[in-house]
Write a new protein. Structure first.
Length: 198
């Protein structure tokens, strides 16, 4: 959290601003973000209708909007809406590079000028045929039978993701690689922070 949400530590900077958790699951991180500052709103988006249904029911009294996305874009989210977008353990579950890049382009679109995108993915050596991490960063594994941990992507070179983000239009890209503390399948994580131009 110190890495992923380091920019949120100064809670006054985020007062009355709007945040989004991309791949929000059952809303845990949306609630975590709400506890860190007096946000105007913290929203969640997820591909699972079940997860979003749970969030709408469980968190109906908190200042959040919940969206089911189609897995390829964020068409239901407004452009230039969010000051901060976070994502944890989501992008690594998308083993199709073209789709993952399209979603990151969409995150840039929904960010306000100057907005921050902070996310985390698996990091470390990867090779084709590794049943736990068969997808390399630029692979398009359209034939994947399952995506959640069965066909994860590993970033094996920080420069790949930095290059992508800059080409998409982000600036000020920073990365930090840390050891995983409780995950044998992913020995390391890469944390990435970047910003939409002002």
């Amino acid at each position: 959290w110190n890495v992923l949400l380091g920019d949120v530590k100064n809670s006054d900077d985020w007062k009355n601003k709007v945040a989004l958790d991309f791949g929000c699951g059952k809303g845990r991180n949306v609630t975590n973000l709400l506890s860190l500052s007096e946000w105007k709103r913290v929203d969640g988006v997820d591909i699972s209708e079940g997860n979003i249904g749970h969030c709408k029911k469980e968190f109906d009294n908190q200042n959040s909007k919940w969206f089911v996305n189609n897995g390829v874009d964020l068409e239901q989210l407004s452009s230039n809406e969010y000051d901060f977008v976070m994502s944890t353990i989501t992008l690594q579950h998308i083993p199709v590079y073209d789709i993952r890049r399209s979603l990151i382009e969409e995150i840039l679109r929904v960010l306000k000028p100057g907005g921050i995108f902070s996310f985390q993915m698996a990091f470390g050596p990867a090779s084709k045929g590794d049943y736990r991490n068969p997808a390399l960063y630029y692979d398009n594994m359209y034939h994947a039978q399952n995506t959640n941990s069965a066909w994860d992507v590993r970033v094996s070179n920080e420069e790949d993701i930095i290059k992508d983000l800059k080409e998409i239009g982000f600036e000020g890209v920073e990365t930090k690689v840390c050891d995983s503390f409780s995950d044998n399948q992913h020995p390391q994580w890469i944390y990435v922070k970047c910003q939409k131009a002002k």
